[in-house]
Design a protein around this ligand. Structure first.
Ligand code: ZN
Length: 88
C-alpha cells in the first residue's frame, strides 16, 4: 500500500471523494480540496508512512510546506488536531 492509499484508508475515503486540506480546515475552518499527501518529517532513506506523518494539503499549502513558509512543527500540531477531530 502506498502512502496515499494509506491516508485514504485511514479516513475511509476514496480517491474520488473530497479530501480536506488539513491546514485550511483546522486553522481557517474552510473546506478546501487537498491535492497532495505530504510527509511532515522527511527523513533520509525510507519515508515514514505512518498516518501521524501523512498530511493532506492543498496545492498552495503544500508549496508553502516545502518552502518552509509553514514549518513542520506547526504542521505536526495541526495534523494531530485533525486526526482527533476530522470532518469525515
Ligand atoms: Zn510534500
Amino acid at each position: 500500500m502506498n502512502y496515499k492509499e494509506k491516508y485514504y484508508n485511514h479516513f475511509n475515503i476514496h480517491l474520488v471523494d473530497f479530501c480536506y486540506c488539513e491546514y485550511s480546515w483546522i486553522v481557517k475552518r474552510v473546506a478546501v480540496e487537498a491535492q497532495n499527501i505530504h510527509h511532515i518529517a522527511h527523513g533520509k532513506g525510507k519515508k515514514n508512512n505512518n498516518i501521524e506523518n501523512l498530511m493532506a494539503l492543498s496545492y498552495e499549502n503544500h508549496q508553502k510546506a516545502h518552502n518552509e513558509k509553514l514549518n513542520r512543527y506547526d504542521l505536526k500540531e495541526i495534523h494531530l488536531k485533525f486526526l482527533k477531530n476530522h470532518p469525515y
